[in-house]
Design a protein around this ligand. Structure first.
Ligand code: NAD
Length: 376
């Protein structure tokens, strides 16, 4: 089958969906790989490296015109104009963007959004949300350390002692756990909050302190367990008590990293303007939920998506694509996720993809087929 790998055109997107490692494996399975010239450059992969792996170098039309197009982000209108009707597409296609899915359906594509894979053991090797959130959590700490004008570790020097930075992590999924681990390696003192009760043990095992907000009603307890591993919106009563506890920690913090998301809903507001006002001058917030909160903010309403702003003396980093800032490793992991997914739909030497709807991962990822949006 002819597999195309275009250069990503979304602003700031540096990742690529296939690396020489995965191109070589696809070629070994009997497929022809056409990579757009320069597609890997921002992720430190040259055309020559793809050629050495057995891929052919082509232009945008050549890559987008393949039978199977492998992408990082959903194609733009310009890109769709080059895609063949009946072709297959795999990428992070934003399953909650109904209008975007309608465009893919209208273009006649069989498309798979990898973000929609279930959070099951079998799907772990193709879990793009995890592979990329892990990177986001790491990079958020790196950006905070870079912005913050003090040390992270405690230091005892001849010139005096420096206190360890206090880092508060809000939302402890994949990104939050990696943020805790990374900040801990740098020597920070860490406290973390999440709605899900299972998180406490994970925070403690990484050497952080869990901000306990006990559940007082059955409604709170049920909401906290979430659904399919994801959080659900918590009742206002719990959110109010969480706010009180979080406010105390945030006022003492040097760095706050917020990662709280609820799939298909706006990200919850966890850091209010009053909390920011109470923070120390020069402290840093990295809002990984930037652009996903109410009115385009993040977990903090003062966050500006895509920018670093200083409000009430606090630096608020609103980077919206942290994995793209670690492009080489983000691409390497993403490309392996893609390759693992393809094992389910692309048989060896096949001339067309297969869509086994009895496979729960394939059924969950399938977004469009035969001109229709299939996602329920
Ligand atoms: P996510 O990116 O959807 O959300 C980040 C975190 O924010 C979650 O931990 C969520 O509980 C938390 N959050 C939401 N509202 C909050 C609030 N008001 N206050 C504080 N925190 C809040 O989450 P994710 O990283 O995708 O992970 C979700 C879950 O799925 C985790 O339990 C993770 O371990 C699990 N998971 C399982 C598998 C698997 O079994 N294969 C794979 C990946 C992730």
């Amino acid at each position: 089958m002819l597999v195309g790998v275009p250069l990503e055109t979304a602003a700031g997107e540096t990742r690529v969906a296939v690396t020489p490692e995965t191109a070589k494996k696809l070629k070994a399975q009997g497929h022809v790989i056409r990579v757009q010239s320069g597609a890997g450059l921002a992720a430190s992969v040259t055309d020559a490296a793809y050629e050495a792996a057995g891929a052919e170098i082509t232009d945008a039309a050549g890559a987008l015109g393949a039978d199977l197009v492998l992408k990082v982000r959903a194609p733009s209108g310009d890109e769709l104009a080059h895609v063949k009707r009946g072709a297959a597409l795999v990428g992070m296609l934003d399953p909650f963007d109904r209008a975007g899915l309608e465009r893919l359906a209208a273009a006649g594509l069989t498309s798979f959004a990898l973000e929609a894979a279930p959070r099951t053991t079998r799907a772990q090797s193709m879990d793009v949300l995890s592979s990329q959130a892990n990177i986001a959590g790491y990079k958020a700490v790196m950006m905070a350390a870079n912005q913050y004008q003090k040390f992270f570790p405690m230091l005892m020097t001849a010139a005096g002692t420096v206190k360890a930075a206090r880092v508060v992590i809000l939302g402890v999924g994949v990104a939050g756990l990696q943020a805790i681990a990374t900040a801990k390696r740098l020597g920070a003192v860490i406290e973390a909050s999440d709605v899900r009760p299972s998180v406490k043990e994970q925070v403690e095992s990484l050497g952080g302190k869990f901000i306990d907000v006990p559940y007082e009603t059955d409604e709170e307890r049920e909401a906290a367990v979430g659904v399919g591993g994801y959080a659900r919106p918590m009742p206002a009563s719990w959110m109010e008590r969480q706010k009180v506890e979080v406010a105390k920690r945030v006022a003492q913090a040097d760095v706050v990293i917020s990662t709280a998301l609820i799939p298909g809903r706006p990200a919850p507001t966890l850091i209010t303007e009053d909390m920011v006002k109470a923070m120390k001058p020069g402290s840093v917030i990295v809002d990984i939920a930037a652009g996903k909160g109410p009115n385009g903010g993040g977990n903090c309403p003062l966050t500006v998506a895509g920018q670093t702003v200083q409000v009430h003396g606090v630096n608020i980093i609103g980077e919206t694509n942290l994995p793209a800032l670690v492009a080489a490793d983000a691409s390497a992991l993403y490309a392996r996720n893609v390759l693992d997914f393809l094992k389910l739909v692309l048989p060896k030497d096949a001339a067309a993809i297969n869509v086994p709807m009895d496979d729960d991962i394939v059924a969950a990822c399938l977004m469009t087929r035969d001109g229709n949006v299939t996602r329920s």
